[in-house]
Write a protein that binds this ligand. Structure first.
Ligand code: SF4
Length: 302
């Protein structure tokens, strides 16, 4: 049944000149129909490089918006419209304007995990992989960082000469992980390396052997001879590592580290999305134009 569905999707994908993007936090079976698997900016950039006509984003809403900003002439579809991001939803146009008004004249760095309209109010975007370098590149003694206070605090810990003023948002999935979760996981796995995503709180980051983005964590495992790891991020990363490195042991930090929103999209949803060309993500032209600027500025720095 699943095999048939995968075959039907792959056939339709070719007929419709579509590419399917799968974020690493998606259900692992989505990889079987995906043209690219990775983190959100990588996926949007890859899709923009292709000559496809349709982009199907197996991810959450803001990711589909970013794909649209980078490929305004392509049709971008999100297979399940309920797939939102709790962190991106913590800030909107009104809230960012209020935050800026309290700290006038300070450059604003915006984590890519934010909506298109929030990006229009920012000077430059950043990812969890490049945030430290992006903030440094501004040569400013103060920056505003939205919306993830944990990533902003991590940047602050690396840059002593800059004051990072954080918006009070976070990813609840990562933020809910605690030192105790790590202590418990370490108890029976003393030798395991602790690999942590910087969306986690400082107390958790302090116990890390390595702090990095999804791709950073995956590359760390790829290049390491260690045999055991405690993975302190969303379960999709742990599942893919277990699949890709069957001879290594991966301990998932906690059942709390599951983003339900990222699990909404099924293979059936992708099939329906391809057949019906739903659900199209439209971003007004003026927002595309303004939101592209901070993304472009970041890309040019990399
Ligand atoms: S894991 Fe966190 S940041 Fe990522 S989509 Fe889920 S809520 Fe948003």
């Amino acid at each position: 049944m699943k095999k048939e569905l995968v075959e039907k999707i792959n056939r339709l994908k070719q007929e419709k000149k579509a590419v399917i993007l799968a974020h690493c936090y998606q259900r692992p079976e989505i990889d079987e129909v995906a043209d690219f698997v990775g983190d959100s900016l990588f996926l949007s950039r890859k899709a923009a490089e292709t000559d496809c006509e349709i982009i199907i984003f197996a991810g959450v809403y803001f990711m589909a918006e970013t794909a649209k900003i980078l490929s305004p002439n392509k049709k971008v579809l999100l297979p399940n419209l309920s797939a939102g991001c709790l962190m991106a939803d913590m800030i909107n146009l009104e809230k960012i304007r209020l935050f800026k008004s309290k700290h006038p004249g300070i450059p604003v760095v915006c984590y890519i995990n934010s909506t298109a309209e929030v990006k229009t109010e920012c000077d430059i975007c950043a990812t969890s992989a490049n945030a430290v370098n992006i903030v440094k590149s501004l040569n400013s003694d103060k920056v505003l960082f939205v919306p993830d206070r944990n990533l902003g605090s991590y940047v602050q810990s690396k840059l002593k000469d800059v004051e990072v003023i954080n918006y009070d948002g976070c990813c609840p999935i990562h933020n809910n992980l605690t030192e105790n979760d790590i202590i418990l996981a370490k108890k029976d796995n003393q030798k395991a390396k602790v690999l942590v995503h910087p969306e986690c709180s400082k107390n958790v980051l302090d116990l890390a052997d390595f702090i990095g983005s999804t791709t950073g964590i995956m590359n760390y495992v790829k290049n390491s001879d260690e045999k055991e790891y405690i993975i302190v991020t969303e379960i999709g990363v742990t599942q893919r590592l277990r699949r890709d490195y069957p001879n290594k042991k991966f301990i998932h930090i906690s059942n709390k580290a599951i983003c339900e929103s990222m699990k909404l999209i099924t293979l059936e949803d992708i099939y329906n999305s391809l057949i019906n060309e739903t659900f199209e993500i439209n971003v007004p032209d003026n927002i595309i134009k303004s939101a592209y600027k901070p993304i472009e500025r970041m890309i040019n720095l990399n």
